[in-house]
Design a protein around this ligand. Structure first.
Ligand SMILES: Nc1ncnc2c1ncn2[C@@H]1O[C@H](COP(=O)(O)OP(=O)(O)OP(=O)(O)O)[C@@H](O)[C@H]1O
Length: 251
C-alpha cells in the first residue's frame, strides 16, 4: 500500500528526515514512535504532500504509483487521508459542508454519520472553531469517514481525548479500517483483500494500542527510522529504558 524508499526531507533548508525506508502493506496498521522533534509529523506531512516539506532524495509509492511530487488533493483522491495533530480552524466553512466536500459528491447522511461520533450538535459550526480537543478529533474522524481513505495517517489521535471518549475514537478508527475485531493478526482478517485499509499512527503514550490492532511498530529517532518490530515490545522498551537505549538495542 505504502512504500517509502530512502527518503530525505528538508524544511527551510534544514534536514529533518534522512534515508527513511518504510513499507506498510495493505491491511496493516503500523505505529510510529519517537521523541519530540524526531520528525514523525514531518514524515506524515511529506506522505500527504504538504508544501514546505522538500523531498531531497528518495521516493514515496502509494498503491504502486509514485506520488512523491503529486499535489495534496490528488493524493487525497487516490486514497490518503490524515488526522492532524493540530488542525487549522477554517472560518466561513461549516463542518457539515467540509464533510460533504470530503465525500466528493458521494451520497451520504451527514447527520447519521455524526450521530455515531456524538458530533451532531457541532455540524453547523465552522471547521474546528471553538471546539474542545476531543471535539476536534471527532470532527477530523467525521471528515475521514466521509473521505474513506485507503491509507490513514493518524497523528496522535488520542491526545486530548478523555478516557471514555477514547473508546469511541478506537471504535471509529476500527470502522475506518474495516476492522471490527481487535487483536486479530492481519493474515486472519476478512478484509485483507482489495478493501483492506492501512494506517500509520503516531502515539506517545501508546493508549491507542488498547483500542486498535497494531501489526508493527517503528521508531523514528533524530530523523531516521531506527527500529521495526512488535509495537507493544517497543512501547515496553521505551517505558523501561528510554528512546536512546531502545534504538541502541535494535541497532
Ligand atoms: N515548518 C517548520 N519550520 C521549521 N522547522 C520545522 C517546521 N516543522 C517542523 N520543524 C522542525 O522539524 C523537526 C521535526 O518536527 P516534527 O513536528 O516532525 O517532530 P515530531 O516528531 O512530530 O515531534 P512531536 O512529538 O513533538 O510532535 C523539529 O525540530 C521541528 O522544530
Amino acid at each position: 500500500m505504502l512504500v517509502i524508499e530512502e527518503l530525505g526531507v528538508e524544511i527551510g533548508g534544514k534536514e529533518i528526515l534522512q534515508n527513511v525506508n518504510l513499507h506498510v502493506p495493505r491491511g496493516e496498521t503500523h505505529i510510529l514512535f519517537g521523541p519530540n522533534g524526531s520528525g514523525k509529523t514531518s514524515l506524515m506531512m511529506t506522505i500527504m504532500g504538504f508544501s514546505g516539506y522538500k523531498v531531497t532524495r528518495g521516493r514515496i509509492l502509494f498503491k504502486g504509483e509514485d506520488v512523491t511530487h503529486m499535489p495534496v488533493h490528488e493524493r487525497a483522491i487516490l486514497g490518503i487521508g490524515v488526522l492532524f495533530q493540530r488542525p487549522p480552524t477554517i472560518n466561513g466553512l461549516s463542518t457539515r459542508r467540509m464533510v460533504e466536500i470530503c465525500g466528493r459528491g458521494r451520497k451520504m447522511d451527514v447527520d447519521a454519520m455524526s450521530e455515531h461520533l456524538n458530533f451532531k450538535d457541532f455540524l453547523d459550526r465552522d471547521v474546528n472553531s471553538n471546539l474542545s480537543g476531543g471535539e476536534i478529533k471527532r470532527s477530523e474522524l467525521l471528515q475521514l469517514a466521509a473521505q474513506a481513505p485507503d491509507l490513514l495517517l493518524l497523528d496522535e489521535p488520542e491526545s486530548g481525548v478523555d478516557l471514555e471518549s477514547i473508546v469511541l475514537l478506537g471504535e471509529s478508527i476500527n470502522a475506518l479500517l474495516n476492522r471490527g475485531i481487535k487483536n486479530q493478526p492481519a493474515c486472519h482478517r476478512i478484509s485483507t483483500n482489495d478493501d483492506a485499509k492501512s494506517a500509520l499512527v503516531i502515539t506517545h503514550t501508546g493508549h491507542i494500542l488498547d483500542y486498535i490492532t497494531a501489526d508493527r511498530g517503528q521508531v523514528l529517532y533524530k530523523g531516521q527510522l531506527r527500529c521495526s518490530r512488535n509495537a507493544r515490545e517497543i512501547l515496553k522498551w521505551i517505558r523501561e529504558y528510554g528512546y536512546e537505549e531502545c534504538v541502541r538495542c535494535s541497532a
